[in-house]
Every structure is written in structure tokens, then in C-alpha cells.
Design a protein around this ligand. Structure first.
Ligand SMILES: [Zn+2]
Length: 274
């Protein structure tokens, strides 16, 4: 390819990618996020040894507790893909202290995490953080960085129709253990505060409370899974507090909201878990 043809080609590729609403470089389409998420969800469903799913029909209370949180979070004006994404909650019955999001709005919470927490606002903060990873399309953004150019080639030249399938398979395998970049972590923490603030209900510092607890008490057996898949820098809690203080100074009406920590509600939900 001649030099300027190549430049045009690259410009075209970037223009194609420019449809991402959050303006970060992403060579995948919004539909592909949903497709990847659905693929990963099928893998989770088909792997009961690794992901023993807590049945919704048997444990409706915890699901409706989580669903209420999700409904409130998705009302935030900061959400970009409320209608385009699936937004499905799955609870995994395991002692792991973790939660993860697949592209397209598939959200997974371990009972170990729910039991570890003391407050509903901590759980809603973590949920908001996971929603941000999905809604800001962090997984396909990371894949763009990792595979970017080969994807552009295969999509634009159409010379390797199976490459997409191979990528799907590799995402399904690595998706649940994919560690995000610190930049994406900071962004997810920041949006967790924004989404929670817009609920006018769940305390926006719930997410900071969770990290505080992890640092002070640890996560039970060994290193908490959450920090290995959601790596932080040492300023994490400070950054969350700064985000909240900046938001308050721009929107002083938030000062008078009666923010909820939901200690009793959370304790009651924990009692319903196996
Ligand atoms: Zn994260």
C-alpha cells in the first residue's frame, strides 16, 4: 500500500470507529458489544462448575434488590446505551469477592461479594462501576488497543471472515478475567459517582466505602479478586472523593439529598442467600 493510500485507509478506519458515543477509539460496533456479551453469557451459562448461577426462581429477593439498583442507575443521563444494551443481572453462587461486566450490559455479582459488604450503597456503587465498564465500552476499547489493526484489516478488506469468530472465542475465554487499565478503572469509579448521584438515593460514596473496607479488612481468603481484575492506584479513594466534591460544588442541590446507606436492607438480603 502506498503511503498516502495507507493514511486514507487509516483515516477511514478511524472515521468508522468514530461512532462510539464516548469518543474513545473503538473499532467495534455497539452491536458487536452486545454480540460479544451474549457469547460470554452463553459461556457462563454453559459452565456451571466455574459459574454456579443462583436461580432467580429460587432466590427472587436478591434479584429484585439488584434490579432496583440497576433500574435507578440506568435512569442517569450519563448513560449512553440504555436502550441499545441488554442490561442483564446474574448472581453467581460462590465465595469469590468479585463482580464483573461483559460488553453489552451483562452484569455478574458473586454471592461472596454481597455477603462481604455491609451496606446496600457499597453494592450499588460497585454495580454503578460495572455499568460504567459496560456503558463506556471498556472491553472492546481494550481489544481495539490489543488487536486494533488486524481487526480493521479483516473488516475493511473482508479477507478473513473467521477472524471475528476467533476474536469472539478469545474474548469469551478471557472476558471474565480481563484486567482493566488504571485509566478505565478511574473512569469507572468516576462514573459510579455520577450515576449514583443521579439516583438521588444510593449514596455516591458507596464505592469508596467498599474500597475502604477492602484496604482495612482485606477480602477474606488472600487477595480479593476484585482488585486483581479492577486494578487501582493508591489514590483511588482520594480520586473518588474528589469527583464527589467537584460534583457537589457544581450541583449544590445534591447537598440536601437524603442519601441512603441501606444497612438494614442489605443485612436482610444477605439472610436470604444460601
Ligand atoms: Zn473496574
Amino acid at each position: 500500500m502506498k503511503k498516502h493510500t495507507f493514511a486514507l485507509f487509516l483515516a477511514g478506519a478511524i472515521a468508522l470507529a468514530g461512532c462510539s458515543k464516548d469518543k474513545d477509539l473503538n473499532f467495534f460496533s455497539v452491536k458487536q458489544d452486545v454480540q460479544f456479551g451474549a457469547q460470554l453469557d452463553s459461556t457462563v451459562i454453559a459452565s456451571p462448575d466455574e459459574f454456579p448461577i443462583l436461580k432467580k426462581s429460587q432466590y427472587p429477593q436478591v434479584y429484585s434488590y439488584l434490579q432496583q439498583m440497576l433500574d435507578a442507575i440506568l435512569e442517569s443521563e450519563e448513560i449512553l446505551y440504555k436502550d441499545e444494551f441488554v442490561w442483564k443481572i446474574t448472581v453467581i453462587n460462590s465465595d469469590v469477592v468479585n463482580a464483573f461486566a461483559a460488553p453489552g450490559g451483562y452484569l455478574y455479582f458473586y454471592t461472596g461479594l454481597i455477603k462481604y459488604l455491609d451496606k446496600g450503597s457499597e453494592l450499588s456503587g460497585i454495580m454503578a462501576h460495572e455499568v460504567a465498564h459496560a456503558d463506556r465500552r471498556h472491553s472492546t476499547e481494550a481489544m481495539t488497543k490489543q488487536y486494533g489493526f488486524s481487526i480493521v484489516l479483516s473488516v475493511l478488506l473482508g479477507d478473513n471472515p473467521t477472524q471475528m469468530e476467533q476474536l469472539l472465542a478469545s474474548l469469551a475465554l478471557t472476558g471474565t478475567t480481563l484486567a482493566y487499565s488504571r485509566k478505565n478503572e478511574n473512569e469507572a469509579d468516576q462514573f459510579a459517582v455520577y450515576y449514583s448521584a443521579d439516583t438521588k438515593y444510593y449514596h455516591p460514596l458507596g464505592i469508596a466505602g467498599f474500597f475502604d473496607k477492602l484496604i482495612n479488612e482485606g477480602g477474606g481468603n488472600g487477595i480479593p479478586e476484585f482488585l486483581s481484575t479492577h486494578p487501582s492506584d493508591e489514590n483511588r479513594i482520594e480520586n473518588i472523593n474528589n469527583t464527589w466534591n467537584n460534583l457537589l460544588s457544581g450541583r449544590p442541590e445534591l447537598e440536601s439529598v437524603l442519601w441512603k446507606d441501606l444497612v438494614t436492607e442489605h443485612t436482610n438480603i444477605k439472610a436470604t442467600l444460601p
